[in-house]
Design a protein around this ligand. Sequence first.
Ligand code: HEC
Ligand code: HEC
Ligand code: HEC
Ligand code: HEC
Ligand code: HEC
Ligand code: HEC
Ligand code: HEC
Ligand code: HEC
Length: 435
Amino acid sequence: MHDGATPETEDRPRWWTAGRIAVIAFAGTLLVLALILVIAVSSDGTTGSGPDRVDALAGSDDDCVACHRNTTPGIVEQYGHSTMAAANVECRDCHEVDQGYPGSTAHEGTWVLASPTSAMCEQCHPAETRQYLASRHGIPAYVAMTGTDGLSADLLAMYEAIPEGGFAPDKERNALFAMEGPEITRFACEGCHNIGRPAADGSVGECQQCHLRHEFSLEQSRKPETCNACHIGPDHPQWEIYQESPHGIAYATGGHEWHWDVEAGRATVVDFPAPTCATCHISAFGSTGTTHDVGERLTWYLFASVSEQRPNADSNRVRMQTVCLECHNPAFVDDFYAGADAATLRVNAWVLESREIMAPLVEAGLLTPEPFDEPIDFVSFDLWHHWGRTAKFGTWMQGPDYVQWHGAYEVLRELAELRTLVDEKLAEAGLLEGE
Ligand code: HEC
Ligand code: HEC
Ligand code: HEC
Ligand code: HEC
Ligand code: HEC
Ligand code: HEC
Ligand code: HEC
Ligand code: HEC
């Protein structure tokens, strides 16, 4: 209303002012009515990527789409409702490759990848791919299961270039991989650790482990159930811990009202009143930017038997705390970190104690050289791998039952059990002191 053509002047008649007030009041009423209408529409769930988002492929005459609407209607239906289809990204952009491309097959006059690799996504998403490949979700996840034997020189170099990837003590799990054999591990370790699997074209990683094809929906990738595919179970129960934390309770009881589809980079406390796994570890939130490097906000190597601080602990702490500070005050966060650091050191002390208890057996050569072939191997493994780690994860992610009854208590029980087993072995060998 205040454009340059009608400047305010002091010599207007009185009726003009009165008329202007009436017009403003009327316009104001209209505006309020319009706002009520907008709120009513947006709060009934009709926004976002629900089933009512338009099918971007509805009028498509693309060959791939036309034929696959019959052969694999599910794929066309899902992809049609994705943001990428709306942005004119085609089936070919992910699937079509040059003749002879590693891992491709001839298909309908061209060559396709049945399982597009991260190299295909990288063409359009170089930043996300670079961050992902610098994290433990990249090649370290695969090496954790198979070891470095058999890696090509390029892959070995990639592995060694990830500072955090190299921190991989406690190698005995590779022995489990070998002992169980491919019939089992295909459905076990690989189901989770293939998130870092190398592909035939030399690229690494499976973005689709979090971005379930073919919707590639932000909502799905942000929800904690996505992480629950792998971050679950007795040795890394992050999902169970989250569910019993106040953050998880807020999600379970109010999450249906959160703004799951907010544009990446714009999420605030208005969209997410409590954090999910992604909020703390991946998403942009308030003044923190998105990262696909899930190690970037962590200070400890919690998964190790005896935890050490990470090389970038100080800057990583600031990044994570910037997320917390959107909702908690600095004194609360500092006090929480001091307490959680102390709990981590307490668990370290227990694991070191378990090694001292075992030491006489090691010195006397009374343990078999193979891992996992006698009960004591399992007791000493469970002590740190299940219960010690769970106590640490529960502490850092607010799950008291996991710190206590699935954590510290079990550690104490296994310590007692270890003492008994060690004494038995020493007695059998006639080495028990006082005998
Ligand atoms: C005339 C029909 C037709 C056309 C056109 C067509 N496809 Fe297919 N596609 C099929 C059928 C049938 C299958 C399953 C049998 C097979 O693997 O050949 C299939 C399988 C596939 C697979 C899985 C391959 C595998 O090895 O498992 C991919 C990926 C694929 N199509 C992508 C495409 C893309 C991309 C295009 C466009 C460049 C395309 N298709 C065009 C019919 C078609
Ligand atoms: C943004 C990348 C992307 C686009 C675009 C895309 N796909 Fe895929 N497609 C994938 C990924 C990733 C997989 C999963 C491979 C896996 O799970 O190992 C896949 C798998 C497939 C498969 C094999 C699935 C199976 O279960 O056998 C077919 C067939 C297929 N896509 C067809 C299509 C068709 C048709 C289109 C277009 C309507 C399309 N894709 C668009 C990424 C894409
Ligand atoms: C040809 C380029 C191209 C390729 C290849 C491609 N993307 Fe995309 N992708 C885009 C564009 C463009 C957008 C942005 C859509 C928008 O925000 O309007 C996008 C958006 C996305 C989003 C955000 C979706 C949303 O709702 O905001 C995800 C997740 C994503 N892509 C994952 C992948 C993955 C995983 C692959 C490989 C399997 C892949 N993309 C391959 C171009 C591509
Ligand atoms: C249910 C999914 C799942 C299965 C199955 C699984 N893992 Fe893991 N593994 C994980 C997750 C998640 C982590 C990360 C834990 C953390 O950092 O808190 C992990 C961590 C590890 C680590 C420690 C990280 C490192 O780089 O040193 C090793 C080693 C490992 N797993 C090996 C194995 C082996 C070997 C198997 C099979 C015998 C296996 N895992 C089965 C999900 C799984
Ligand atoms: C398909 C399985 C899988 C899914 C899904 C998955 N992860 Fe992981 N994640 C792993 C494995 C395996 C590791 C351990 C890698 C290793 O051994 O080096 C890991 C490690 C991590 C780590 C520790 C990184 C580090 O530097 O120590 C974090 C944090 C993490 N994941 C967060 C998440 C979040 C958040 C989600 C969901 C948005 C998620 N992950 C989804 C398998 C998965
Ligand atoms: C561990 C789970 C996980 C994996 C694996 C993963 N992503 Fe994501 N991705 C997410 C989450 C969570 C978001 C939402 C981020 C947010 O809320 O800011 C996201 C967002 C995105 C977006 C939208 C970001 C933006 O700024 O517009 C793109 C594009 C994307 N991912 C591509 C990829 C590609 C490419 C890969 C593989 C190289 C990949 N992602 C692997 C969890 C994952
Ligand atoms: C309130 C924020 C928050 C939420 C929500 C959250 N985490 Fe965490 N997470 C943390 C913090 C803090 C740490 C420990 C950080 C450190 O080492 O400084 C951590 C540690 C981890 C680790 C251990 C990495 C290692 O060193 O072994 C994994 C894996 C992980 N979180 C995954 C998840 C998953 C999966 C979820 C959801 C089920 C989740 N987190 C929910 C904040 C969170
Ligand atoms: C988006 C907002 C939000 C973010 C971000 C957030 N929290 Fe919270 N937090 C909450 C809410 C809501 C509660 C529940 C408050 C209550 O108990 O009344 C809570 C409670 C807690 C509690 C109390 C636990 C208990 O058992 O009483 C701790 C500790 C905590 N948060 C730590 C953190 C840490 C550490 C971070 C960052 C890594 C973080 N929070 C990030 C919203 C948030």
